[in-house]
Design a binder for this molecule. Structure first.
Ligand code: ZN
Length: 136
């Protein structure tokens, strides 16, 4: 079951520069960075009320985020929905003919379990399902 929007993710070319912009220009609370080798990205999180903004910088040229930045120059990448039982939620979506990019949950930042929904199923919006891990 979907509980709330957990974060809005934005692909950036220069994470250091953007951290300064989000912290000092927007005045948002910086929650820290994390390298997520499984996703080939470094992420930085900011708190905006109950929701977070996640900045994504590619770790390597073969990162999916590199391809996204090359194609679109960066920008809004995905919306993450917090769910309470990711395995069951994936199955329920598939039963309703929603196409999943991940049929099994994989590891995301903060030890969360995540799965992406194919953007074809929702007018081009990439949704990430996220079930919180222990350290979030
Ligand atoms: Zn995310």
């Amino acid at each position: 079951m979907i509980k709330k929007i957990d974060h809005v993710a934005i692909a950036v070319k220069d994470l250091k520069e953007e951290i300064v912009r989000y912290r000092d220009v927007l005045g948002l609370e910086f929650l820290g960075t994390e390298v997520v080798p499984e996703q080939k990205v470094t992420v930085a999180f900011f708190k905006v009320g109950d929701v977070r903004i996640e900045l994504l910088e590619p770790l390597s040229p073969d990162s999916p985020i590199s391809a996204f930045i090359e194609k679109k120059g960066g920008g809004l990448h995905h919306l993450a929905l917090e769910v309470d039982d990711i395995g069951a939620d994936i199955r329920q979506l598939q039963e309703k003919n929603v196409q999943m990019l991940d049929r099994e949950p994989r590891k995301g930042a903060h030890n969360a379990r995540i799965a992406f929904v194919h953007p074809k199923s929702f007018s081009g919006v990439l949704y990430e399902l996220q079930q919180k891990g222990d350290a979030s």
